[in-house]
Design a protein around this ligand. Structure first.
Ligand code: SF4
Length: 338
C-alpha cells in the first residue's frame, strides 16, 4: 500500500537541506501539485469545504519542513522520549488520537533535517548515560508510509545501531518495510506492528493494510532479525470482543509460530470529549462505541480528562488478554496493558 500524495508543499527553508532539495526535484517530475510555502506550521491551500472533505484532502497532502523545536516530548509508557520524524499518516482510523491533537487539517508532515534531530537524540542519550534511553518513532504518526520518500527510519535505525546507551522503537500498521530489511540494526530497534480484530480493522481502520498483510510484513522484519512486537490497540469492547481478541491472538500464533521472542503492548480504547466531537464531525456515521456505559471519567495530568473503561471491565480485559498471551506465547513478555 504505497502512499502517493496528491499535493506536496515544501517549506522554503527545507530546500537548503539535501533531502528537501532532492524531494523537491523528485516531486517536480511527478503528477502532483507542488508548492513552496513559508512555514510547515501554517499550511494553507488544502481544499475542502466540510470537515470530512478537509480531513480527506489533508490525508493526501505531504508537507516537508525543517524541525526547529528540538526539545523532545516525553513518551510514556512506551519510551523515554518521542523522536520527531513525521506527523500524521495517510490512514484514516476513526479512533486515531491525532484527530483531536492535530489541528483541523491533519496533513502528513515529514522533516528533512534528520541529522539535526538525530544529533539531538545523541545529546539526550549522553545526558542520561549510563542509563539506556529509549526513543519512540511513532508517537505522532505512522512513519512507514513516508519512509519511501525520506528514508528517515532507515537513518534512525542506523544511528541507534551505533548507540551503546540509546534504543529506538516504532510501530506501524503499514507494510512497506522492504527498505529496512538490509540495514544493520544491532538489535537496537524494536519494530512493532499494530494489530486489531478483523471487525475493528474493517469498521474503523480505513485506508490501512489487512491483518494478513501486516503479519506478512512482520515476518519479513523477523527474518531480518529485528526484535519484534505486536501492539494491540485500541482494545475495543463490542459485542463478541472476548472471542475476537482471543481469535486474533490465536491467528498471530498460527502465523508467527517461528518467531521466538515477541513483546506485546495493549492499549484500551479511550477518548476525550473533544475527540468525541471531532470524530462525530469527520465520521458522522461512526459506530465507534463512545457512549458513557462501561466508562469512567479519569482526569489527566494536564487538567483535561478522558473516558476509559470502568475498573471492572479493565480488570476483565487484562486478565483475559494476559492469560491468553501467556498460554500461547510463553517466551514473550507483555510490556503493559493500559
Ligand atoms: Fe492514526 Fe495510526 Fe491510524 Fe495513522 S495508522 S490514522 S497514525 S491510528
Amino acid at each position: 500500500m504505497e502512499f502517493i500524495p496528491n499535493r506536496v508543499m515544501i517549506e522554503r527553508e527545507a530546500l537548503g537541506y539535501p533531502l528537501g532539495r532532492s524531494l523537491y526535484d523528485y516531486f517536480k517530475s511527478q503528477p502532483v501539485e507542488l508548492a513552496i510555502i513559508g512555514s510547515h506550521n501554517r499550511v494553507g491551500g488544502i481544499p475542502g469545504k466540510t470537515p470530512q472533505e478537509k480531513y480527506r484532502e489533508a490525508k493526501k497532502t505531504l508537507v516537508l519542513g525543517v524541525r526547529k523545536n528540538l526539545t523532545f516530548q516525553t513518551c510514556k509508557p512506551s519510551a523515554h522520549f518521542q523522536l520527531p520524524l513525521t506527523t500524521s499518516c495517510p490512514g484514516k482510523c476513526e479512533y486515531c488520537y491525532l484527530i483531536s491533537s492535530l489541528p483541523e487539517k491533519p496533513y502528513i508532515r515529514a522533516y528533512v533535517n534528520i541529522d539535526e534531530i538525530l544529533d539531538r537524540a545523541g545529546n539526550y542519550i549522553d545526558q542520561r548515560k549510563p542509563e539506556v534511553t529509549i526513543f519512540e518513532g511513532s508517537a505522532t504518526s505512522d512513519p512507514i508510509p513516508v519512509e519511501r520518500y525520506t528514508g528517515a527510519l532507515a537513518r534512525a535505525i542506523t544511528f541507534f545501531a551505533g548507540q551503546k546507551y540509546g534504543r529506538f522503537r516504532f510501530v506501524t500498521k503499514f507494510t512497506d518495510v522492504d527498505s529496512l530489511l538490509g540495514i544493520s540494526h544491532n538489535d537496537h530497534t524494536v519494530c512493532r506492528f499494530s494489530l486489531n480484530t478483523p471487525a475493528v480493522i474493517k469498521k474503523f481502520e480505513h485506508g490501512t493494510p489487512s491483518l494478513e498483510e501486516r503479519l506478512e510484513a512482520a515476518q519479513k522484519m523477523a527474518a531480518a532479525n529485528y526484535p519484534l512486537g505486536f501492539m494491540i490497540a485500541p482494545v475495543i469492547v463490542y459485542e463478541g470482543w472476548q472471542d475476537d481478541y482471543i481469535k486474533l491472538l490465536e491467528f498471530v500464533k498460527a502465523r508467527c509460530n517461528n518467531i521466538e521472542k515477541l513483546s506485546f503492548e495493549f492499549v484500551t480504547h479511550r477518548f476525550t470529549e473533544r475527540a468525541r466531537k471531532k470524530i462525530a464531525e469527520i465520521f458522522p456515521a461512526t459506530t465507534l462505541p463512545m457512549g458513557n456505559e462501561d466508562r469512567k471519567f479519569k482526569f489527566g495530568q494536564f487538567g483535561y480528562g478522558k473516558y476509559v473503561y470502568t475498573d471492572d471491565l479493565m480488570g476483565k480485559i487484562k486478565s483475559i488478554l494476559s492469560a491468553k498471551v501467556m498460554e500461547l506465547f510463553p517466551a514473550s513478555h507483555i510490556e503493559y496493558i493500559v
